[in-house]
Design a protein around this ligand. Structure first.
Ligand code: FMN
Length: 209
């Protein structure tokens, strides 16, 4: 059946539209090729296997400042600090599905991840204090994480902060994937059940409506 590409997906000859999901993975670990990176890649691989458009951003490679609490907000809810966060705001706005990935550091998210989240204070302010449209359309989000120990409370703590971000950017929480007892770099390769779950999560996300 002949198909043409529309702005959002593929238009079938019969007029029906097969939506192509844009899945954005955000890696908050400083360790490239580490456990978070590998787990995130598996989710993206799963999503890609079902035709989703996938992209990964590594926060540690971006040049951005922590929130300066300057209360400067653009009409679009974007922060007035001009750095690499602006490209990320655009990517997040554009995504249908967000996969936020962070290792557990000191019982919480990594500093890179938290620093990125704090830069959404401008959006939070626009939404909750000024009751204005933030420009963030509905999307879906999941949180994935790894840790060296086997403490569920660490994951829950990190998750609650991630969910705070998702609510701010109009993202419906779709669930999580946590892999514990993984400390050394790439040690997650010895946890095939985690990798399988990650792949399946990606498939499920790509097929979700
Ligand atoms: C700064 C730092 C803090 C950490 N804090 C914790 C922690 O509180 N609890 C835990 O279980 N593991 C902790 N870990 C271990 C990491 O969560 C673990 O090594 C994880 O696999 C790292 O993922 P990555 O390879 O993606 O960076 C910490 C590691 C670092 C470097």
């Amino acid at each position: 059946m002949p198909c043409v590409r529309s702005s959002k997906g593929v238009l079938r000859a019969n007029g029906g539209e097969l939506l192509i999901m844009k899945v954005l993975g955000i890696n908050g670990s400083p360790r490239i090729g580490g456990n978070t990176d590998i787990l995130l890649d598996k989710v993206l691989e799963g999503a890609g296997s079902k035709g989703a458009e996938i992209e990964k951003v590594i926060l540690n490679k971006l040049k951005f400042s922590p929130c300066q609490e300057c209360e400067g907000i653009g009409d679009d809810g974007e922060c007035v600090i001009h750095d690499d966060m602006h490209e990320l705001y655009k990517k997040i706005k554009d995504a249908d599905i967000l996969v936020l990935a962070s290792p557990v550091f000191f019982g919480s998210l990594s500093a890179q991840t938290k620093m990125m989240i704090d830069r959404f204070q401008c959006v939070w302010h626009l939404k909750y204090m000024l009751s204005k449209d933030t420009g963030y359309r509905k999307k879906k989000a999941v949180f994935i994480s790894v840790e060296g120990s086997k403490r569920n409370d660490f994951f829950e703590n990190a998750k609650s902060i991630a969910k705070n971000l998702f609510a701010t950017i109009n993202a419906d929480y779709q669930g999580e994937l946590f892999c514990s007892g993984v400390g050394e770099k790439a040690g997650i390769l010895n946890h095939p059940s985690c990798l399988k779950k990650a792949f399946e999560l990606g498939v499920k996300l790509a097929l979700s409506k």
